[in-house]
Design a protein around this ligand. Structure first.
Ligand code: APR
Ligand code: PHB
Length: 391
């Protein structure tokens, strides 16, 4: 097989990249190791930044998002039994976010790729990227029981944190920056209307809690739990009781309960691989970086990477200049590190580490007080949450 851009992975990064290249008249092939059902049902994030919403619309992939997504103009910060709303448009000059699940974004992009795009091979496992430093990089892959090779001009590893693309970069060229956290998130889906019309981020002495949603009838909630927690060790009523404690307020707000339809634990990690390019191999999305989910940045960072690559390659095809392609890693990492900083700040602002001291508790509350009383501090949070402009 031969193509201009070999894409490994059909998560949001790989699927959106294929769409952007198609719209630019550049051919690609997507290799995805799992089946379509897995790709479309894997539960992940649910918040789209303004920039992501604009990109999906411009790519012709925003129709159902505009019909079914929920535009949110703020979030609530909750601490010391107080409630404080962060007003995004007022603090950012008009930006907001869209609540629209990553599963739905992937379904929309898969449908478009099958309908209009180039080959999207499911259950096609990339085994290795070869010749990244040559003019003709190759992806060796297994599909329908036999090994094959995809000859490319460029390879983009959109294969997530556990993928193979990153391994093709020689160790002497790889620099990893990482931090793990001594806690994770126990997440549930529940068939009950959300108890608030916007997301609620709660800092509590017992630990962090988040109220989110997927629709007017489906709630998505998270509890900070010690790292290594087994979701099965939490009974449904225990989960509701703990959420209720952590969302407590002085004004008697109450949390509606309902049937929990799924529960799982997500570990917390910050991770960046530099550079995001080696020869004609490029990394995008989780293949290059991971953020703790607190700031809802993962999907949106993946979008920023693939928009940068698609624009740079289109620029090369149109002008013959590789300057933007050569600046890919530097351009993406500027955004990546801002998102890493924001996600780290949100995580340390709202979670209580097992070894937190009374001093650290007070500093956390002072940081929160500053955000809800200072326009400058509130603007920093609002700008980080609604997203930094795409270069
Ligand atoms: N060959 C082919 N496909 C692979 C291989 C491989 N060797 N290894 C992994 N994949 C596929 C996975 O099955 C997955 O579908 O690559 C895809 C990677 O998708 P994601 O992990 O979703 O990564 P990305 O597209 O960068 O999106 C980042 O997804 O994981 C969330 O929180 C993350 O919201 C963020 C977003
Ligand atoms: C979600 O709805 O899954 C979600 C929302 C906000 C976050 C993280 C996850 O910060």
């Amino acid at each position: 097989m031969r193509t201009t851009v070999g894409i490994i992975g059909a998560g949001p990064a790989g699927l959106l990249l294929a769409r952007l290249l198609h719209n630019a008249g550049i051919d690609s092939v997507v290799l995805e190791s799992r089946d379509r059902a897995y790709v479309e049902q894997r539960q992940r994030a649910g918040i789209l930044e303004q920039g992501t919403v604009d990109v999906l619309r411009a790519a012709g992939a925003g129709g159902r998002m505009d019909r079914e997504g929920l535009r949110h103009d703020g979030i609530e910060l909750r601490f010391a039994r107080e409630r404080h709303r962060v007003d995004f448009p007022a603090l950012t000059g008009g930006s907001s976010v869209m609540v629209y699940a990553q599963t739905e974004v992937c379904k929309d992009l898969v449908a478009l790729q099958i309908e209009e795009g180039g080959p999207l091979l499911f259950q096609a496992e990339a085994l290795a990227v070869e010749g990244a430093e040559s003019e003709r990089p190759r992806v060796r892959f297994r599909y329908e029981g036999r090994e094959d090779v995809l000859e490319c001009d460029y390879v983009v590893g959109c294969d997530g944190f556990w993928g193979v693309a990153r391994r093709a970069i020689p160790a002497e060229h790889s620099h990893v920056f990482e931090r793990t956290y001594p806690f994770g998130w126990l997440g549930i889906f529940a068939d009950v209307p959300p108890s608030h019309d916007e997301l609620v981020y709660a800092r509590h002495d017992r630990g962090f809690a988040l109220l989110s949603m997927r629709s007017p009838t489906v709630s998505r909630l998270y509890l900070q739990v010690p790292e290594g927690t087994d979701a099965a060790s939490w009974a449904d009523e225990e989960i509701w009781d703990e959420l209720e404690r952590r969302f407590e307020t002085a004004d008697g707000w109450s949390l509606e309960r309902g049937a929990i339809t799924s529960k799982s634990v997500t570990p917390m990690r910050s991770h960046v691989h530099e550079p995001m390019r080696h020869g004609r191999l490029f990394l995008a999305g989780d293949a290059a970086h991971i953020v703790p989910p607190t700031g809802a940045k993962g999907l949106n960072l993946a979008v920023g990477d693939v928009v940068t690559f698609a624009r740079a390659l289109a620029h090369l095809e149109e002008t013959g200049s590789a300057e933007r392609l050569d600046a890919y890693s530097e351009t993406c990492l500027r955004r990546v590190w801002q998102a890493e900083r924001f996600s780290y700040d949100m995580t340390t602002l709202l979670h209580r580490a097992p070894d937190a001291t009374p001093f650290e508790d007070r500093v956390q509350l002072a940081r929160l007080r500053r955000i809800v009383t200072s326009r400058a501090a509130g603007t920093d949070l609002a700008e980080g949450y609604t997203g930094f402009p795409l270069d």
